[in-house]
Design a protein around this ligand. Sequence first.
Ligand code: GRF
Length: 221
Amino acid sequence: MDRPPVKLGVMISGSGTNLQAIIDAILRGDLKAEIRLVISNRADAQGLERARRHGIQTQVIEHRKFPTREDFDRAVLATLNQRSVELVICAGFMRLFSAVMLDAFPGRIMNIHPGLSPAFPGIHAQRDALELGVKIAGCTVFFVTAGVDVGPIILQAAVPVLPGDDESRLAARILQQEHRILPHAIRLFQQGRLEIEGRRVIVKGEPGGTHPPPLINPPID
Ligand code: GRF
């Protein structure tokens, strides 16, 4: 069934490269979506310029100006509703939503985390992975629920940790995959192929029998 484009509200706090990946996927015709609004909680977020360059409406709602997390969320919610947003995308957004937003968009808020959830929640996932000496790192797109980076997982990508990696080299390798799996997660949602069953997300119509080759690191020579 040919579904209409999904109306997105994108939340940012910084550089906005994940926002750019969504914009590019739409422009390429790879994603049937319309970005109705970009909201940043920081006035200096570079991502705001990315949105403006593409004529996308932006709004700065600074969390510091609200006495409580709930008040901030109510301001965000009102702005998203004014633009008839159907799906909220946290793209490098560094705030946790309260029940005000979670209850308003059940199963309709996605986040991208630069770690293989449930490993390494929080804002230093790449550094924590390096310091703990894991050989495989990656990123996760999940539906946001209460808690930090723990919602039902939609997609994950794995990348090797390579000799000589520092935090920025590993973060860049993970970021490349973030830019692939976040637009794809939105595409699956727009196609009506995501079903949440408790903690799990079922992706309907997955090609049976095909699976990615295992990632072994360091490789078996
Ligand atoms: C990304 O690794 C994202 O996962 C994390 O912040 C980094 C920058 O995101 N939350 P962006 O460039 O602002 O999209």
